[in-house]
Design a binder for this molecule. Sequence first.
Ligand code: ZN
Length: 173
Amino acid sequence: MINDPLVKTLLTNVVEDESNLPIVQSLLDGIDTDEEIAEKTGIKLNIVRKILYKLYDLGLASYKRSKDPETQWFTYTWTFEEEEVINRIIKDSEDYLKMLNDELEREENHMFFICPQGHVRLDFDDSSDYEFMCPVCGEELEFQDNTETIKQIKEDIKMVESNFNSFNEKNRK
Ligand SMILES: [Zn+2]
């Protein structure tokens, strides 16, 4: 699961560094206490704990506390919330695709004008309001061909869709 590009991106953001990903992998492998995870991964116990609580804060992991009847110590057993990760990726991907599609639609249906000094980029209506002069420096605005921008957004959409489709094939029930 962890090698899926979308899962990996989400989790790497959460665990702060790719070198901490084995903590998540350990949970997926059924290793469920901080000490065992530290031992298995060679990652320092305080970091393992920090990452586990971070996952917990984000709803991506949960724990159960139990008391050892002999030593009276508390043990925390951790569970990785796979379903929650899947739901979050679905939502993030859908939001992102919607944003890209909105952006594409805006680029395709509008003409844009830019300040030659790079101060502003305005659509036709806004440019008209400023009489095609940059509101910052007063220079005349220039028409900008946005073919490249449109091409780039379309490529982004294709990439996100392809990652999302392969994620769905593997993870969505
Ligand atoms: Zn300007």
